[in-house]
Ligand binder design. Sequence first.
Ligand SMILES: NC(=O)c1ccc[n+]([C@@H]2O[C@H](COP(=O)([O-])OP(=O)(O)OC[C@H]3O[C@@H](n4cnc5c(N)ncnc54)[C@H](OP(=O)(O)O)[C@@H]3O)[C@@H](O)[C@H]2O)c1
Length: 378
Amino acid sequence: MAALKYAGMDDTDSEDELPPGWEERSTKDGWVYYANHEEMKTQWEHPKTGKKKRCAGDLPYGWEQEMDDKGQIFYVDHINKRKTYFDPRQAFTIEDIQVKPKRYDGNTAALEILQGHDLSNKVIVITGGNSGIGFETARSFALHGAHVIIACRNKTRSSKAVSLILEEWHKARVEAMTLDLASLRSVREFAEGFKARKLPLHILVCNAAVCTQPWHLTEDGLESTFQICHLGHFYLVQLLQDVLRRSAPARVVVVSSESHRFTDLVDSCGKVDLALLSPPQKEYWSMLAYNRAKLCNILFSNELHHRLSPHGVISNAVHPGNMMYTSIHRSWWLMTFLFTLARPFTKSMADERGEGPTGTCCLDLDDRGLLESLGHTY
Ligand SMILES: NC(=O)c1ccc[n+]([C@@H]2O[C@H](COP(=O)([O-])OP(=O)(O)OC[C@H]3O[C@@H](n4cnc5c(N)ncnc54)[C@H](OP(=O)(O)O)[C@@H]3O)[C@@H](O)[C@H]2O)c1
């Protein structure tokens, strides 16, 4: 095959060999097409196999793509000082079929999961979308065409997150709206503001959280970890429930944590004790408060699913992965120390604070059900 020959590789695939008079070419963005010189026509399908292909990867080191005065693309190999009309990447073409990994694992990133999905008709709200897992989720949805609203308490940080996504793709439909989950008034204002825009809501990701922060009461008189991680989201979903139902099929994704297993909500007699949710300072242990809030996330998500799924709104709780380096640890030096120790072995996020090392890793989801909960089945 010509392409293999030009790339200095042997042709080992006779099925792929073109009939006489045909030539394999590629477009600027790497799609392979076939030119029939006898009939003076071109087509996307291989004349023998009928398969479509595209080039995999970038041009080899030292190569550059240029255009001649007839508008035809050619390639310059600066190292060997030669020119060719054959795309050297054609040596590494892959078939154009929607090949999805059979199993997702701990290295699968959100962008990979969404690969091939057009989300341009979806409106998605993500709480805490300016940072960590929320940011990677917002970014991945936006790069797949969704209209993404980052619901965030801090305008400077949310604008930075929006700009980072727009820098990556200037056509991304991403914006920020103010939401402070530590204030029920703010949650109400956010919901009213969202509803005033008459947008549908297909996916609501309840992601924002704080962990191991010192005890303090919110303006509503509730312990803040409980209110931010659970109650604020609970209220938000109540207020947006009608929009979700009108937008069905829709879904709520509640980002919880495996740590919910290390607590319960019952007293010594085995009865649910609501006083445990917003304890006074002397009974407060920050990690326990976080675990309880995460347990509430799951109980809430399950009940929500039970109530709303007959109306086309499903809800899933997600554990995103263990000790992924985000800013979740920032309130307590010990957590920062543990997250730093674990960092080489876990995923890291790049966020609007620029703390993450690569920005290429994101949701650590190793269960297909959880992946589906992030909307990739749409
Ligand atoms: N990282 C992990 O290993 C891990 C493991 C299990 C579960 N999770 C869960 O994953 C989710 C995302 O956490 P992350 O690791 O990505 O942490 P993160 O980087 O700290 O992100 C948390 C987000 O929540 C926002 N937030 C905090 N308080 C808020 C409030 N009052 N109102 C609105 N937004 C608020 C933060 O905004 P600011 O930037 O303004 O603070 C930030 O955007 C959380 O639900 C967490 O429990 C994480």
